[in-house]
Design a protein around this ligand. Structure first.
Ligand SMILES: [Zn+2]
Length: 179
């Protein structure tokens, strides 16, 4: 579905005309040539339009995110999530999730309407840019990126998804004998 309210905006990769698995070098080269062709200073006054400024700002923003390894991980994750079909159920905070700890792995889960769970574990969250640290009766969540971010988790059984918002320095409490 390409038209409609949920239409996905141009991605940062599209703005810079690079593939999504491009290396840092490839992105940098493409950014440089894009800037050369869109920098307001390079355009003469007669052809100067506000859309050129807008394009320039978009290129800058795209480069800002894609050139930063941590921000790129967060962005990639959000991009993947936004592409999945299916309905997003209620949005929750990561503090609303339940915690289960088995050895080194910290599992987080939240019950779906269907009875099954939305789950994610600490190593998956690690690849998405979040670190979980156990501290007494709490699990601390640390965001590796610098802005508020969210992850979308699919239900284990049905087609529902939930968006989980993660703020920096969140604490999730847990009980040892849950389940
Ligand atoms: Zn479900």
């Amino acid at each position: 579905m390409l038209v409609g309210e949920n239409c996905v905006h141009e991605t940062y990769y599209e703005i810079l005309s690079v593939k999504e698995d491009s290396s840092y070098e490839e992105i940098r080269n493409s950014y440089r040539s894009a800037i050369l062709h869109s920098h307001p200073d390079k355009l003469n006054n007669t052809s100067h339009r506000s859309s050129d400024d807008e394009k320039f700002l978009k290129i800058q923003k795209a480069w800002e995110v894609l050139s930063d390894a941590e921000l790129r991980v967060v962005y990639d994750n959000d991009l993947r999530s936004s592409r999945h079909d299916g309905i997003t159920a209620d949005e929750i905070s990561i503090e609303d999730m339940s915690v289960e700890i088995s050895g080194e792995v910290i599992d987080l889960f939240y019950q779906c309407r269907c009875g099954d769970y939305f789950c994610v574990d600490s190593s998956e969250l690690g690849t998405m840019g979040f670190a979980l640290l156990r501290d007494g009766d709490f699990v601390h969540v640390r965001r590796l990126g610098t802005f508020v971010a969210s992850v979308v988790l699919p239900c284990g059984s049905c087609s529902l998804k939930t968006r989980v918002w993660v703020d920096s320095d969140m604490k999730i409490s847990f009980q040892e004998d849950v389940l």
